[in-house]
Structure formats: C-alpha cells, structure tokens
Design a protein. Sequence first.
Length: 85
Amino acid sequence: MGAVRQVTVKVDAKGRVTLPKEMRRALGVDAGDVLFVKVEPETQQVRLARALNPFDVLAEAAVEDHRNGLTRSVKDFAREHKIDL
C-alpha cells in the first residue's frame, strides 16, 4: 500500500467495520483471519495487525529448512542424543 491511505468507513449496528479490499490485500488479510486491535486513547487511533499462528510460522520455517537441506533424520537425531529407537 506504499503511502498511508485514509478512507472513511462506517460502523454497523453490531460494531463491525469493513476494511476496503485494497487495504485487506495490502495487509494480507482474508475472510476468517484474526487481527490484533490496539486502541491508543491519547491519540484516538486504532491500529490493526494480522495475528499469525505461531505453529504456522514454525511449520513454514521447518519446510524452508527442509528445502535448504538443513534437516536431519530421526535416526541421526536419536544417535546424536544417544536415544535407542
């Protein structure tokens, strides 16, 4: 989204706000995603950030390590730690 873009949105009767498609795309937010919401009362600002599942982050890192040949077999790990399989 480059420069900060400001738009006007309306709060519905249930307190919901719809983020414009362009902003959702810039944040990488899809339907069903979870967001962190931070309110700064002093400045009357609301900040949004995509909440990432830590297990998804770990899984992505593990897949990347595997692709880069940085993983070991269970047998190698067990041998290194003197574990009988």
